[in-house]
Design a protein around this ligand. Structure first.
Ligand SMILES: *Cc1c(COP(=O)(O)O)cnc(C)c1O
Length: 405
């Protein structure tokens, strides 16, 4: 069994105290902390090989290019992509979703009256790019409703699918409620209706195994910073057949084959979608983060986090007036409110006790509106959290509630 105590020393930021108490970091759905392996990969890049890639003939440029492309291969292996050509480096999930929404728009495939399908559980970054696409193209945004337990209404989903559905873009795991959507079944149903399928894997990437070939999907996006890698990194995976058929989006260096003032021809995948100098160090550090996670094993991590999240729900359940959101079978995040107490007040007092949780709408305002609230307190877990963190969470919540009631 994986022992989190053995990896905590790898995370320098976790060694500090806040107001004399050890830091309890439970805001991992917002961003994760970085292990030494990732910090050293970033530093090593700048100390030993900083150069622009894919162009230079000199030693450093070759070394930087090889290391960058090795990181791409690491990502491809991790996702079980058919080829590393299908791995586009982006600045994050938001960037990846905007890329897909924009190239679909530019392709002319989205016509007035067509439908784009998302769900109530989506993060703003899987809502707004599609709204913008709909505004420009005359398509209609449709939303899969959810039940009171925070799971999606599957019957309503099936009835929303029709021949006008051009794309289903769905979060795999809700960053607000921890709901794990049955993405394999839903993707298959959407494909069957003739739609493209995109998954927002921003939360999934750190918690579950992703195998893009076993899923009936076309695109998948995630952010590096949610899987122990630096901010400003991310990946869009897309099926080569689809990406080859779609137009480029951003124009500039790297994405071209030949430029004249009359006409430009475009580069092959993946470079077609990587205009300009990428975050080279970040991509390399993302490769190191994936190696770090695989060194422990996602199934070990998953087991460990599931045990913590259940333990946290049990420990908090006896607090008078507490209400949990999301199904009992959740991943990553545990969201709750306490009757008569504002989530912000609760979170502020918990922070003073060294417990970092998130309060507010978690970039999911429509989901909060669905439950008739402005926000929740959210504790979210990573591989370095321990039972001690759960105990601290329960104690801080209890104390804060008694101070506020
Ligand atoms: C964090 C998150 C995003 C946005 O990621 P960025 O890194 O801000 O681009 C999108 N969807 C989900 C489910 C998230 O958790």
């Amino acid at each position: 069994m994986f022992q989190p105590d053995s990896v905590i020393p790898d995370f320098p930021i976790l060694q500090q105290t806040i107001g004399g108490r050890p830091l309890v970091y439970l805001d991992n759905a917002a961003t994760t902390q970085k292990p030494m392996a990732v910090l050293l990969a970033s530093r090593h890049y700048y100390e030993a090989m900083n150069a622009n890639i894919h162009r230079g003939t000199h030693h450093l440029a070759r070394l930087a290019t090889e290391t960058f492309e090795k990181a791409r291969q690491t990502v491809a292996n991790h996702l079980n992509a058919a080829s590393s050509d299908e791995v586009i480096f982006t600045s994050g999930t938001t960037d990846g979703i905007n890329l897909v929404a924009n190239i679909l728009g530019l392709s002319g495939r989205i016509k007035p009256g067509d439908e784009v399908l998302i769900s109530t559980l989506e993060h703003h970054s899987n809502i707004v790019p599609w709204q913008m696409l709909c505004e420009r193209s005359g398509a209609i945004l449709k939303v899969i409703p959810c039940h009171d337990d925070g799971t999606l209404d599957q019957a309503a989903f099936l009835s929303l699918l029709n021949e006008r559905t051009k794309i289903l873009s769905l979060t795999w795991i809700s960053n607000s409620l921890g709901t794990v959507n049955p993405v394999a079944e839903m993707a298959a149903a959407a494909k069957n209706a003739g739609a493209l399928v995109m998954l927002d894997a921003a939360q999934a990437v750190a918690h579950v195994r992703i195998d893009v070939q076993s899923l009936d999907i076309d695109f998948l996006a995630f952010s590096g910073h949610k899987i122990y890698a630096p901010t400003g990194t991310g990946v869009l995976w897309g099926r080569a057949e689809i990406l080859n058929a779609l137009p480029p989006w951003r124009g500039g260096g790297e994405m071209i084959k030949e430029v004249t003032f009359k006409k430009t021809t475009y580069n092959e995948l993946p470079f077609k979608y990587e205009a300009g100098t990428p975050n080279i160090e970040g991509a390399i550090a993302l490769g190191a983060a994936i190696d770090f996670v695989n060194g422990i094993g996602l199934s070990q991590i998953q087991k460990h986090e599931q045990a913590l999240i259940r333990s946290a729900a049990d420990a908090l359940a006896s607090i008078p007036g507490i209400r949990f959101f999301g199904p009992a079978d959740r991943a990553g995040a545990l969201s709750f409110n306490v009757a008569g107490i504002h989530h912000y007040d609760l979170g502020t007092l918990m922070d003073q006790m060294g417990v970092a949780v998130r309060t507010g709408h978690h970039c999911c305002q429509p989901l909060m509106a669905r439950f008739g609230m402005t926000g929740t307190v959210r504790a979210s877990f990573a591989l370095y959290n321990t039972q001690k963190d759960v105990d601290a969470l329960a104690e801080a919540t209890r104390k804060a509630v008694s101070m506020l009631s």
